[in-house]
Structure formats: C-alpha cells, structure tokens
Design a protein around this ligand. Structure first.
Ligand code: SF4
Ligand code: SF4
Length: 396
C-alpha cells in the first residue's frame, strides 16, 4: 500500500518550508535509507512559465526548491541538479524561467547545477507498453542521475482538469517535443494516455508537491493563486495525485491521468488503498477550490457513462481557443507555440482558425495576459445543460 504524507505549511517562510518538507519525508518510511551521500539527485521542478513571478503560483516556488537543495545537498550529502524544460518553445524560455523564479541564484549560491533540458543531450525512449506514444525524446540527465525527485505544483488544468505529479513528467521532453505530443494526442483523453505513457518511462523515485499556494480556476497559467497550505510527499505519483486532487475537490477517477495510470497498474488511484499519514484529507480539504471553466468533464462525469464522455469531449463537444483582443498585447507567444498552426496574425491581430484548432490549451498555457479564452462547442454546452436539467445519472 503506497503512503502519501500531508504536512501543513502556512506560507513560503524558509524555515517553515524546510521543516514541512523534512517532516513529510520522515513520515515516508524508508525513503531516507534510499538516499546515500554522493548520489546524483535531480530535482525535476515545474517551470511552465518563463515570465510569471513566483507569487503567481504557476511554477514550483523557489523557496521549496531552496529547501530541497538544503535537504539533499547538506543533510544527505548528495550531488544536486535542478532541471526542467519550460512550456514555451521561444528561444531561451527555459533559461528565462530559471531567471524569473530566481532559481538560478539558488544554484549560484549553493553550487548545485542547473540543467536546462532544452540544451541537454537527449536519449530516445521506447515504451513497449504504450497506448499512444511508443517513442519520445527526453533530457539525458534524467537517465544519468541516481535519483529523480519530481516537484510539481498543485494546479488545475483546462485540458486535463488537474495537473500534478503524473503530468509534471511531460517536462522531461525538451522544447518542441512537447508540441509533438499535442499533435499526436490532440484530444483530452488521448493526451492523458500520452502523459501516462511518458510517466511510465520516466517515473520519479520520489514526489514532493508544492501545495502551499496552488492555482485554482483556469490553470495552469491563467488561474488564480489559492492557498492550500500543504506539502505532500510520496513515492507513488498516482497515489500523490489521488490524494492531492481529492483535497481540492476532484473525484480522482474522473481525472483521466489518474484513472489511466491506475488502470495500467502504475500506481494506486483508489483512496481506500492509500496510506495517508500526517494530516487527514478531511482536515485539510479545500472544497471551494475553483475548477477550470472549460473542464466540464468533471461535472459531466457525474451524469454520463465513460464511453459517452470520451465521445463527447474528444469529438463533437471539444474545446477551441478564442482571443480576448482587449487583453491581448500582441506578443505572439501563442502563435509561436500553437502546435497545429491554427493561430496567425492578421493586421497585427491574432486570429484562430477553429477548423485547425485541436483544443490543446498550449496558447492558454503560454499567454501571460489572460487573453485566451477556451470555449466549448455549442453542442457540448447544450448537451451538458440538458444532462444537468434532466438529472441524468451516470451509468457505469
Ligand atoms: S493572446 Fe496572449 S500570447 Fe497571444 S498574442 Fe495576445 S497576449 Fe500574446
Ligand atoms: S489555437 Fe490554442 S488550443 Fe488551438 S491548437 Fe493552437 S495552441 Fe492549441
């Protein structure tokens, strides 16, 4: 039975964060024994944005990274690396992400090494048990270190509803490779399976989640910071996501990444078979955590059978992008990052070709000005409204 530890941590005061992470690890029996002096330890953080400051709650907070460096470098005597590839394909975006989060300063002060996955050597990975992605390219450092610690941020996500431990490993794929994943897996459930394919081949040894300030609403970039006040730790990413998503009010099995990873036996997605230590879920739950406005799957999951859900959300009721021109600064970051080539400039304005849009949320993820609005088709909105009005119950 996997263990997930939950420890309260009110804010990003350095000592509090260090103590909370320390306690979260001590509650996981046996983890400390696995970590030996001299081991190469990679902190695979979540650096989605290359421009949002830490208080926006988009990226793993630098104080959490600093505490982990102290623990692994000073307490355990390990050789520490910090790595990721940001969500944007713009040149130097990952470099800038390390800069705006000031994690580069932590590295300079402590002597740990920053690994910009976009500049790292790569290795090709083949997944013989794949459902969607049989092969993809990851940063080589993920294979050369002895121990990988995934450090996701607790956030909502318009496409996958929730983003945490499983999805954090998408950042193992450098730069443009992430765009290709969206092209190969353009629909929400297929994309979730692709994320599980990736996680299967790059499973971290340990997950420490930054859930002190999470992101609610239209995450992972355009939502609002929301205090959750927690650090969570586990060796099982699926169990971690199950517990974390429950805390913020999701039904874990309605989150596709959790459901598929559990079904594939990559971890445990059922709460009654997870050993929760430290705080209880009931004691720390945040029931008013806002869900993404486009993520109607969670709501619909209460009313519709799974096959109909997949049919609806992967086809006729899919989501498409629109631009709120009054917020748009014309930075064109979305145009550069659209994997489907659905965005273009027309007289300076960003135009979306709805026929080409695959609803991947890449534009939403990189827009720092809240100018992307993801909308569900009229048919999707109508069917959901009808299901709700009629009180249709889910049929398994
Ligand atoms: S929609 Fe956002 S990312 Fe795209 S050009 Fe406008 S401000 Fe930039
Ligand atoms: S317009 Fe946005 S949602 Fe549509 S394919 Fe391009 S990046 Fe994805």
């Amino acid at each position: 039975m996997p263990t997930v530890s939950i420890v309260k941590c009110d804010d990003y005061e350095s000592e509090k964060v260090y103590s909370a992470i320390h306690r979260s690890l001590s509650l996981l029996n046996g983890v400390a024994k696995q970590i030996k002096p001299g081991m190469k330890v990679l902190l695979k953080i979540n650096l989605l944005s290359s421009s949002q400051p830490p208080e926006r709650a988009v990226n793993t907070h630098p104080v959490v990274v600093r505490a982990l460096v102290n623990i692994f470098q000073k307490d355990f005597g390990c050789d520490v690396y910090i790595g990721d590839s940001s969500g944007s394909v713009k040149n130097a975006s990952t470099f800038n992400a390390f800069r705006v989060t000031r994690i580069n300063e932590i590295a300079e002060e402590t002597g740990v090494k920053i690994v910009n996955f976009d500049k790292d050597e790569y290795v090709d990975v083949h997944n013989k048990d794949y459902e969607v992605l049989d092969k993809f390219r990851i940063a080589r450092t993920l294979r050369t270190v002895d121990f990988v610690v995934s450090v996701p941020k607790l956030k909502t996500h318009g496409l996958t509803q929730y983003t945490g431990a499983i999805k954090n490993m998408l950042g193992s794929i450098p730069g443009n490779g992430k765009k290709n994943v969206h092209l190969i897996a353009p629909k929400p459930t297929v994309f979730a399976k692709a994320l599980v394919d990736i996680h299967q081949m790059v499973p971290p040894n340990l997950v420490i989640m930054d859930a002190i300030i999470g992101m609610e609403g239209n995450g992972p970039n355009a939502g609002q910071p929301k205090k959750v006040g927690l650090i969570l730790a586990s060796k099982d990413s699926v169990a971690m996501d199950t517990v974390a998503s429950t805390i913020i009010g999701f039904e874990p099995m309605a989150v596709p990444t959790i459901r598929f990873a559990h079904q594939r036996g990559l971890g445990v997605g059922e709460l009654n078979t997870i050993n929760v230590v430290g705080e209880t879920i009931t004691n720390v739950s945040v029931p008013d955590f806002q869900k993404p406005s486009s993520g109607a799957q969670d709501f619909a999951g209460k009313y519709l059978p799974d096959f109909l859900l997949a049919l609806m959300f992967d086809s006729t009721c899919s989501t498409f992008s629109t631009v709120n021109h009054s917020n748009c600064t014309r930075c064109y970051e979305c145009v550069r990052n659209c994997p489907a080539g659905a965005m273009s400039k027309e007289n300076g304005k960003v135009i979306v070709d709805k026929k080409k849009c695959i609803g991947c949320f890449c534009c939403d993820e990189v827009c720092d000005f809240n100018a992307i609005e993801m909308k569900r088709s009229l048919l999707g909105r109508t069917l959901l409204g009808m299901a709700k009005a009629l009180g249709v119950e889910k049929v398994e």
